[in-house]
Design a binder for this molecule. Structure first.
Ligand code: NDP
Ligand code: F7E
Length: 309
């Protein structure tokens, strides 16, 4: 009997990469869009889960955006993600769904920690102001999963904490995008318009860990296949980070941009570093396999052949 998996956020970057994974055919995915099922409306979420009775839920929906999007709308990032997280998890529990994977984010870690972030560091320090609303929603949903699982061990509600992501089906417009899609868009536009310089936000010394979304999809698929061995709370990362400047150089090399870079120090930079510790992930038996160059090439190809068309 093919198991039914409710995948929230199926039309998003993570959702689409999960559905594009070669092994995704092992399950029957339920993939409601936000117009078919608005996850901020509890009654609708509860009715949907009661009707379809999924065996598994992967919660990948969210109001998601880069640093500029988070600064612009902290209320929406807090409330929408809080409502979606609460509604999906509570409706799952009420309908007896026993297995749930909640996607969180490395943004929920305290700021100003320069060493690799281990899962026990959550709530041990102040949050990054540029995405505090989003982080609070992620922490609340993670805790809700933990409380439910602690009350009744038959509810295996687990949380994955991915580092920053990029890849096919990403957002490329400056007002919403994260770093790598922003660099792809800005650098490509500069190249085709013969612009001699591309602007970097900040001084470029901040560090980030960006994983190719296809790799995160592989981790989620493996979590479906080996759910019982999956830790209740686990980082998903690369164990390596780069400076913002290095990301700009890496994208320029793939695209073939010959221009130079300027630094706009008036732009927000967020956390100095947020490298997740990958010991738990390694013990579980998984690691990413796309190099930064491979990931950028696949993202750039998507940008040219699917996004711009
Ligand atoms: N991108 C990143 O760098 C990182 C992302 N994550 C997490 O991964 C998950 C997926 O992120 P990503 O794929 O990048 O996000 P996207 O913005 O690409 O996709 C978000 C999805 O959420 C859905 N959604 C938004 N609001 C609602 C709503 N009210 N009701 C139902 N669905 C809704 C959207 O559905 P529709 O398209 O139908 O409107 C969309 O498919 C999120 O939990 C995010 O926090 C974690 C770390 C890093
Ligand atoms: C995924 C995680 O990550 C998000 O936080 P973030 O990592 O700070 O987001 P970001 O990818 O937009 O920025 C990364 C860094 O890059 C620098 N930077 C340079 N030049 C551009 C640029 O042109 N655009 C952007 N966006 N950043 C730039 C920018 O100054 C910053 O130092 C949360 O909002 C939240 O979404 C969350 O969960």
């Amino acid at each position: 009997m093919t198991e039914k998996v409710l995948l929230t956020g199926a039309r998003g970057m993570v959702g689409k990469n999960i559905l594009e994974h070669p092994s995704s055919t092992k399950w029957q995915f339920l993939t409601p869009s936000s117009t078919e099922l608005d996850l901020t409306i509890y009654a609708d979420v509860e009715a949907y889960i009661a009707l379809y009775q999924p065996d598994f839920i992967i919660h990948a929906a969210g109001r998601v955006g880069g640093i500029q999007a988070n600064i612009a709308a902290p209320v929406d990032f807090l409330i929408d993600n809080l409502d979606m997280g609460r509604n999906v998890v509570m409706a799952a529990q009420r309908n007896g769904v026993k297995r749930l994977i909640n996607l969180s984010s490395s943004c929920m870690y305290p700021r100003n920690i320069s060493t690799p972030l281990t899962e026990d560091m959550i709530l041990t320090g102040e949050l990054e102001p540029t995405n505090e609303g989003y982080a609070l929603a992620k922490i609340a949903t993670m805790r809700l999963c933990q409380y439910i699982a602690k009350q009744d061990a038959s509810f295996q509600y687990k949380t994955l904490i991915p580092c920053n992501l990029y890849g096919r089906h990403d957002k490329f417009l400056p007002q919403h995008s994260h770093l790598i899609p922003a660099i792809i868009h800005k650098t490509y536009q500069a190249m085709i318009n013969n612009e001699p310089q591309v602007e970097i936000w900040g001084d470029g010394t901040a560090r980030r860990e960006f994983m190719y979304a296809g790799d995160l999809a592989s981790a989620v698929i493996r979590a479906l296949e080996h759910f019982d061995t999956l830790p209740n709370l686990m980082n998903v990362g690369l164990g390596q980070d780069y400076t913002i400047n290095e990301y700009y150089q890496a994208v320029a090399a793939v695209i073939g941009y010959q221009g130079s870079f300027t630094h706009n120090l008036s732009k927000p930079v967020g956390m100095a570093r947020k490298l997740v510790d990958v010991q738990q992930q390694s013990l579980w038996g998984w690691s990413a396999n796309n190099s930064l160059t491979d990931g950028i090439k696949q993202s750039y190809e998507f940008y040219l052949k699917e996004y711009l068309q």
